[in-house]
Design a protein around this ligand. Sequence first.
Ligand code: NDP
Length: 253
Amino acid sequence: MSKLKNKVAVITGGNSGIGFGIAEAFQQEGAVGTITGRNQATLTHSVQALGTSFIGLPGDVTKMADLERIFKDTFERFGKIDALVVNAGGVVDGTPMGAIMDVTEGSYDGYMDLNLKSAYFTVQKALPYLNEGASIILIGSSAAHRAAPGMAIYAAAKAAVISLAKGLSLDLLARKIRVNALSPGSIDTPAFDKMVPQEQLAQVKQVWIDLIPVGRMGLPSEMGKAAVFLASDDSSFVVGTELLADGGMTNIS
Ligand code: NDP
């Protein structure tokens, strides 16, 4: 049986990596809805790959007007929103995560804006349109639990996102909206290409793989299946918690 039949979802950053893996899994379970991103070319390509189920709405999640437009347009197109995946985030364009002495006030703000502030306001701007019984999934990170060199700000932002899932879940219970965090471990996505020079990519990925007890990186499709669980009625008693999907990296390595 399709777990998300007749459900309408919005997946920010659904044009790439984990977000696209989630959109594919949602589509396979019967959902329709919206994927977002700034890059119109990858947005168009991803919408085509999803068939006729999803529309693509461009927008920058750090801009309030873009967020407001995305939810308004989705509601006008589909008449409701049942699931929100707050996934857009990660590496700030042109600003590698860095060691403390390389970080400027601007790059600090950029990471916090993209990974924490945008998550909070994505939820706020979606709320007027969310159905009773909706599910919100905030994409956290195993980085919040396991330190890695040069990733302190990103990790702190993601730890705060996980905390948001707990706090917001209480605030939204009156509307029967569930909020949870899904925290991926190392997942093979274009994010790595943005962080690491091409010639070092294989070596850097191997360093990460050596830390993962299951002996491989995760797949966007695996994050998709975890997100389907959190978006569906299968997780109806799962509220304000974190699903860590990291191949055992955080707790058993
Ligand atoms: P990708 O780089 O493949 O995807 C990032 C997505 O975010 C893209 O769709 C991008 O679209 C979108 N995005 C980035 N900045 C903005 C912005 N300002 N406004 C709107 N959209 C934006 O990375 P991943 O799939 O790996 O990352 C997805 C999420 O998963 C992130 O939150 C990341 O922190 C998290 N994560 C990833 C892990 C991994 O190992 N890959 C591990 C743990 C967490 P566009 O560029 O078109 O705007």
